[in-house]
Design a binder for this molecule. Structure first.
Ligand code: GUN
Ligand code: ZN
Length: 429
């Protein structure tokens, strides 16, 4: 007996990148749509009556005017920062030292790590997120805690041990050799198991010695199907610090490039203050950069140049950057991306925002052949949005003239009340 479910509602999917082709050529909207799920995968997408007739025995769930779309993919988070999100008044380096490192130190305790991993995946699921790419802490157990929590939920996940062998506190430092050995051990035990992807994770160049970056570059060369995630050019004083620590480097990206830490499977968080050379290199190697808008305003980092990077065809994803970011919600994150676009006089269309939060992020993680869209053959990770979840949104939607105008108020004003349902791996979560 196969396990077949037919979801009915409005359906949104993408056939192209809405930054590259006109919105209506990139997005497909079915007002009376349906999505057939079978054995954890999307088996078909089509018109409601057609799929109903073809699959009369499927269990049916009717979401009415609910919008069925790909579950959100959050391409850069720190799950260990869940319990210190919204910490007041500091900029990056002070914020790390005052709030982040003390909290991350607690993850040496495996029970605490499991507790927060489960709390974090509960919170993100409530906000419609079905995959995250997370940094753990230097403790290998903190990675295993998250993988186990995701595995128990059947959830696709990306994570890695955060490596730091300088400029970090005593209790939160490894060595170049430990970083290599522990990351290698985790790759051997977890990478490719169920829905797990390992990301080799040097935190950022200031907290690694050249020796550590070299060993992690070597490790990546040995395991080139892993991702590599790190931070790049988030704040201007951080960049100055980096260039002082690596006097031979041409720029921030070069501190990674010198040690083999650049490539198509490289995922670089923030990437705000880039030079032309860095942008060209990121494009040429096909690397991904991740926009973290609520974090960039919350920590005071700067305004990401979405249109500049997209026009140069750099792969861009979207992320909360919990807990530098001030929210677990990708809706709130899309709203912040819109506002930053406005400050740069390049407003993003609702379709572009939703694409970034699903396909765009999945592409930076090289998972777009598995998740991030509503398309036959992909894994059935879906969110159903209630586009009238509050009085404020609903009265605006009543006044809408076309589809995108019914979605944009939820992007700008929606929260977890807009998440009507979440499906993970073909099962209602
Ligand atoms: N740069 C290095 N570590 C971090 C972190 O934990 N959060 C943010 N936002 N930036 C970083
Ligand atoms: Zn980060």
């Amino acid at each position: 007996m196969t396990d077949t479910t037919l979801l009915l509602g409005q359906v949104l999917s993408f056939t192209a990148d809405p930054f590259e082709v006109p919105i209506n050529d990139a997005a497909q909207h079915l007002r009376q749509g349906a999505v057939l799920l079978r054995d954890g995968k999307i088996a078909a997408v089509g018109e409601r009556e057609t799929l109903r007739a073809l699959h009369p025995l499927a269990e049916t769930v009717d979401y009415g005017q609910g919008l069925i779309m790909a579950g959100f993919v959050d391409a850069h988070v720190h799950y260990p920062q869940t319990a210190m999100i919204a910490s007041w008044g500091k900029r990056l380096i002070d914020w790390l030292n005052s709030y982040t490192f003390p909290e991350e130190m607690r993850f040496g305790n495996r029970a605490y790590a499991s507790d927060i991993a489960n709390r974090y995946l509960d919170l993100t699921k409530q906000h419609g997120t079905t995959t995250v790419a997370s940094y753990a802490t230097i403790h290998p157990g903190s990675v295993e805690a998250l993988f186990e929590a995701a595995q128990a939920r059947g959830q696709r996940i990306v994570a890695g041990k955060t490596c730091m062998d300088r400029n970090a506190p005593e209790g939160l430092s490894d060595t170049a050799q430990e970083a290599y050995d522990q990351s290698k051990y985790l790759i051997g035990n977890w990478h490719g198991v169920d829905r797990i992807t390992y990301a080799i994770t040097p935190r950022f160049s200031p907290t690694s010695t050249p020796e550590q970056l070299q060993m992690l570059g070597d490790l990546w060369a040995e395991h080139s199907d892993c991702l590599m995630q790190t931070h790049l050019s988030e704040q201007t004083d951080e960049i100055e610090w980096v260039l002082g620590l690596y006097p031979d480097a041409r720029d921030y990206l070069d501190t990674y490039e010198q040690f083999g830490l650049i490539g198509a499977r490289g995922v670089y968080g923030h990437a705000i203050h880039l030079t032309d050379r860095e942008i060209d290199r990121l494009h040429d190697v096909g690397a991904g950069v991740v926009h973290c808008p609520t974090s960039n305003t919350f920590i005071g980092s700067g305004l990401f140049d979405m249109s500049g990077l997209k026009s140069k065809r750099v792969s861009v994803g979207l992320a909360t950057d919990t807990g530098g970011g001030s929210s677990f919600s990708m809706l709130r994150t899309m709203a912040a991306a819109y506002e930053i676009g406005q400050l740069r006089h390049t407003p993003l269309h609702a379709a572009q925002l939703l694409w970034l939060a699903t396909q765009g992020s999945a592409m930076t993680l090289h998972l777009d052949d598995k998740i991030g869209n509503v398309k036959a053959g992909l894994e059935a990770d879906l969110v159903v949005l209630n586009l009238s979840s509050t009085d404020a949104i609903s009265q605006r939607v009543d006044n809408a003239n076309e589809f995108w105008e019914t979605v944009f108020p939820t992007i700008m004003m929606g929260d977890d009340r807009a998440i009507e349902a979440v499906w993970i791996n073909g099962k209602r979560a």
